[in-house]
Structures are given as structure tokens and as C-alpha cells.
Design a protein around this ligand. Structure first.
Ligand code: NAP
Length: 256
């Protein structure tokens, strides 16, 4: 992969993916909001030999998003686009549900931000007859979390969007994969107050994702056991699911 764009590359999984793909001859477009953190990540990518272009904006800012992606694609036709930017929010300690405002924000960033990212890059890929689009969903997209329903909806939406897109693009040369990670150590899981079984490092998650991308897998789910359990959840009686998941109920810490 010579020309790679990653949204949400200033932290966690996105930064680990950028490190994974960085190397001589690679042009990396990295997008995030925190300029300082993005610059810190970019320093490491340049040290690994990559040419780095930074986009510092909110993915909900369509003009900024489309402008950055068009300019990058003109210089470095994008081979791999990873729509990874996302936020977790859910219920706070002592409350039953997330707020309406939080639900709209989560769906706006996680789902609409990713769709806008794809739409900005897809025509160029289709015209060239090559490229790979990767959407970072979650196991929560397969098995909804009662503590974060809007987050789960955003990730289920992304999974459905990616599956539809993959089928729609058969024969165009453009590939689509959706990633459904379980718990991965990052700023996001730092704000998740509760048990996190099977948690892996962001670097391990990036390696698993890259292996699935290289094999053009439709859905890349991990860790295996949690992925399997998430897949079968719809076929299990609700009361049993409630009982089996009671130990992994959580709340989300308020922002600093
Ligand atoms: N960690 C997990 O256990 C886990 C599990 C399943 C799925 N995921 C998914 O993996 C992805 C990466 O999460 P992570 O764990 O690496 O979390 P993270 O460390 O909090 O990183 C999130 C990244 O998204 C960026 N971002 C958030 N809102 C943005 C916005 N409005 N515009 C532009 N960039 C934005 C952040 O940039 P700034 O900080 O600069 O805003 C940051 O680079 C997310 O989509 C998440 O839902 C994570």
C-alpha cells in the first residue's frame, strides 16, 4: 500500500495503523482534531520514512474533509482509506441512558463522518479501478450495548453500510472491509468504566486489521471468542444474553 489515508490517526488504533503502514515510499494522510497529538504521531511516521500530510479538523466538517481528501488524492492516488475516527459515549454513572445530544454527536461522527469520508474518496478509486476502503465498526455493531445504544447503532450502521458497499462495488476493482474489534487499549477504553475481557494492545489490533485487509476479508472481527459470541447473540434468548453480559455492564466517564 503506497498511499494510505487514516482518519482518527492522532491516537489509539488509528495511530497504531499509521505506524504499521509507515515506511519508505509510503505517503500517509493522517486526520485528527488534536494538532499536538497528530504532530507527535507524524514525527514517528516520518522517522520510519513515510511522507506525511496532516489534516486537522472535525470529520463532521465536510468542506475541510473533502478539501483535504481531494488534495491528497490528486498528489497521491489513495490505495487504502481507513475510516477509523470515532468517539464512545454512553450512560454516565447513575443514569440509565445517554443524552439526546450525545446520541446525535456519536452517530454524527461515527456513522455520518465515515460515510462522508468514503463518499469523498470513492469516485477516484472507481475511476482508477482499484483501492481498498476499510470501515472501523465494533463488536457493538453486532451485539448492541445497553450502556451505549447510540454508539452501538452507529457501529451497526457502519457495518451494514460496509457490507452493502462491498456488494455494490463487486467488479469495480474497489474492495471494502469492515473491522469489528473487541476491547483495545486506547483513550477510548480509558473512558469505559467496567470490565474489558480479552483486551489487546492497539499495535496488536493494527496487526490483526492489516492481516485481514491484506486478505480482503469482508468482516475482520476479533478476538475470536468475543466475535463468535457477538455473531450468535441474535439467536440467543434475551434473558440469557442479559444474564451472560451482566458482568460487562459499564458507564462512560465524563470528558476531562
Ligand atoms: N478501543 C476499543 O476498544 C474499540 C473497540 C471497537 C471499536 N473501536 C473503534 O476504533 C476507532 C478508534 O478508536 P480508539 O480506540 O483508537 O479511540 P481513541 O484513542 O479515542 O482514538 C479516536 C480517534 O478518532 C479521532 N476523532 C474522534 N472524533 C473525531 C472527529 N470528530 N473528527 C476527527 N477525528 C476524530 C480522535 O482524534 P482527536 O482526539 O484528535 O479528536 C482519535 O484520533 C473508533 O472508531 C472506535 O469506535 C475501538
Amino acid at each position: 500500500m503506497a498511499n494510505v489515508v487514516i482518519t482518527g490517526a492522532s491516537s489509539g488504533i488509528g495511530a497504531a495503523l499509521a505506524r504499521f503502514y509507515a515506511g519508505p515510499g509510503v505517503a500517509l494522510g493522517v486526520i485528527g482534531q488534536a494538532a499536538g497529538r497528530l504532530e507527535a504521531v507524524s514525527g514517528g511516521l516520518r522517522a520510519a520514512g513515510a511522507q506525511v500530510s496532516q489534516g486537522v479538523f472535525d470529520v463532521r466538517d465536510r468542506a475541510a474533509l473533502e478539501g483535504f481528501l481531494a488534495a491528497f488524492d490528486a498528489r497521491h492516488p489513495i490505495d487504502l482509506l481507513i475510516a477509523n475516527a470515532g468517539v464512545l459515549d454512553g450512560r454516565r454513572d447513575g443514569s440509565v441512558l445517554e443524552t439526546a445530544e450525545s446520541a446525535r454527536r456519536v452517530i454524527g461522527i461515527n456513522l455520518l463522518g465515515a460515510v462522508d469520508t468514503v463518499q469523498a474518496v470513492l469516485p477516484g478509486m472507481v475511476a482508477r479501478g482499484r483501492g481498498h476502503i476499510v470501515l472501523v465498526s465494533s463488536l457493538a455493531g453486532l451485539s448492541a450495548l445497553p450502556d451505549a445504544p447510540a454508539y452501538s447503532a452507529s457501529k451497526a450502521g457502519l457495518l451494514a453500510y460496509g457490507r452493502g458497499l462491498r456488494a455494490a462495488l463487486v467488479g469495480t476493482g474497489v474492495r471494502v472491509s469492515v473491522v469489528c474489534p473487541g476491547y483495545v487499549a486506547s483513550a477510548m477504553t480509558d473512558s469505559h468504566i467496567g470490565k474489558q475481557p480479552g483486551k489487546i494492545s492497539a499495535d496488536d489490533a493494527a496487526r490483526l486489521m492489516a492481516a485481514g485487509i491484506a486478505r480482503n476479508r469482508a468482516v475482520i472481527g476479533f478476538p475470536r471468542l468475543l466475535y463468535f459470541l457477538a455473531l450468535i447473540t441474535p439467536f440467543i434468548p434475551e434473558a440469557i444474553t442479559r444474564l451472560a453480559t451482566r458482568d460487562i455492564r459499564f458507564h462512560v466517564a465524563p470528558p476531562d
